[in-house]
Design a binder for this molecule. Structure first.
Ligand code: SF4
Ligand code: SF4
Length: 435
């Protein structure tokens, strides 16, 4: 066992209200300067939706992440050393400014100077990059306006195979928010893609950083990251990315996005893992087993054997204590309510999510209850507004079983808390099979 420590985050998606406070405070702290206008180290996506940059999940198009060879090895989708060189000198697969969105302001003068007319005047957007008037067709979070409706759903690659569930029935549309930062992966393909060796993973806490002095602006990291969380600063000619707010974390305060999150949904902390298991876990044959393989890399910080191995690995006792106090291991491994985003990219991401339980449609219609009563628990899980298949495409490479398992636990927890608040005995009402 080779114990290492890693900073990680778990986000509880039921609590995200899409206010974008996290994105704005992150921007004010880290990317509020020339060359970074389009950059959001933290962004909050509307789901269903195209994401930011748009369609970043289409790895065939953008060539991010790792693929498993028939012999069980991992190789970068963007290719090996030779292909890397060829790609550098040809045209790397890079999102354009239109895929991120061209930042703009409004031509407020048009409004102010407009003569009285029958209709409201329209403020035209003005590009912050060129200063010219723009005709915008798409921008981040415009998916909100579609509210997950069919027009959008059909365009969304991730909904392939479940169109039946959402076809042309507006009362069954659904949406939720997915906040995203760099995943500070255990097996980061951004670092493996970099020809200059400028991207590195800190051994003490696993935070992935770009050495600005070594970066030569090849942008292979932008191609190589399947989550598209490395950005090119076109003023400095260097790559930049989320730093997990390491200057704050080092003095014991949380990341800006966590501290300012209105929904209080971001749990951060240290987790211990067995570094000897990571490559093997990232190489398992079945995409649907990857989330569990990664989970098995995490170590129980309360296990005396793990504590001994941590000490031998030079991890300070107060760091092990921090891992014990952290909610990360508990949410991922003890209670098994958190799942990784797109484990099939094989980078072993370290931002995990508690999937949204979402409102229950049928139960409300039939009984007036909202699934927080134990009587409705199992009926409720079959009547969720967000299709479980959709969540499974995000978190378990399409396997609905583990997502169902998490949702049952969340429903049981709601029911348990309701019983307590109503002065009832929860042990009487929660079915033992929920666990
Ligand atoms: Fe690298 Fe972050 Fe992308 Fe993972 S999510 S590959 S650590 S930039
Ligand atoms: Fe969601 Fe919190 Fe960000 Fe608001 S601040 S969008 S609640 S993650």
């Amino acid at each position: 066992m080779r114990v290492m420590a890693q900073m990680a985050m778990v986000m509880n998606l039921d609590k995200c209200i899409g206010c974008h406070t996290c994105s704005v405070t992150c921007k004010q702290a880290w990317t509020n300067r020339s060359g970074m206008e389009y950059v959001w180290f933290n962004n909050v996506e509307t789901r269903p939706g195209l994401g930011y940059p748009r369609t970043y999940e289409n790895q065939e198009a953008w060539q991010g992440g790792w693929v498993r060879t028939p012999r069980g090895r991992l190789k970068l989708r963007a290719g090996g050393r030779m292909k890397k060189l060829v790609t550098i000198f040809s045209n790397p697969k890079l999102p354009s400014i239109n895929d991120y969105y061209e930042p703009w302001t409004y031509d407020y003068e048009t409004l102010l100077r407009s003569p009285a007319t029958k209709n409201f005047p329209v403020a035209r957007p003005i590009s912050l990059l060129s200063g010219k008037q723009m005709n915008i067709e798409w921008s981040a979070n415009w998916d909100d306006d579609l509210g997950g409706s069919t027009e959008h759903a059909v365009r969304d690659e991730m909904l392939k195979g479940i169109e039946d569930k959402v076809t042309f029935e507006f009362e069954q549309t659904f949406m939720f928010y997915l906040p995203r930062i760099c995943e500070h992966c255990l097996n980061p393909s951004c670092a493996a893609s970099c020809p200059s060796g400028a991207i590195y993973k800190r051994s003490e806490d696993g935070i992935v950083l770009v050495d600005q002095d070594r970066c030569r602006g090849w942008r292979m990291c932008v191609t190589g990251c399947p989550y598209k969380k490395v950005y090119f600063n076109h003023k400095t000619g260097k790559a930049e990315k989320c730093t997990f707010c390491y200057p704050r974390v080092e003095v014991g305060i949380p990341t800006v996005c966590s501290e300012t999150c209105v929904g209080r949904l971001r749990y951060i902390g240290l987790v211990l893992y067995d570094a000897d298991k990571v490559l093997e876990a990232a190489s398992v044959a079945d995409d649907q087993e990857l989330y569990q393989a990664q989970r098995e890399c995490f170590l129980d910080p309360f296990d005396p054997e793990v504590q001994r191995a941590a000490e031998e690995a030079g991890i300070a006792a107060d760091w092990v204590e921090a891992a014990r106090r952290s909610p990360i291991w508990a949410l991922i491994s003890r209670y098994e309510v958190a799942l990784p985003l797109h484990p099939e990219y094989r980078t072993m991401p370290m931002v995990w999510y508690i999937p949204p339980l979402s409102p229950v449609v049928d139960v409300i219609k039939d009984t007036g209850h909202d699934a927080e009563d134990a009587d409705n628990l199992f009926a409720a899980i079959d009547a969720l507004r967000i299709p479980v298949e959709y969540l499974a495409n995000l978190f378990t490479a399409g396997d609905v079983g583990p997502v169902n398992g998490v949702l049952r636990k969340l429903a049981a927890m709601r029911s348990y808390m309701r019983d307590i608040n109503l002065g009832r005995d929860p042990d009487e009402s929660i079915p033992a099979s929920v666990g």
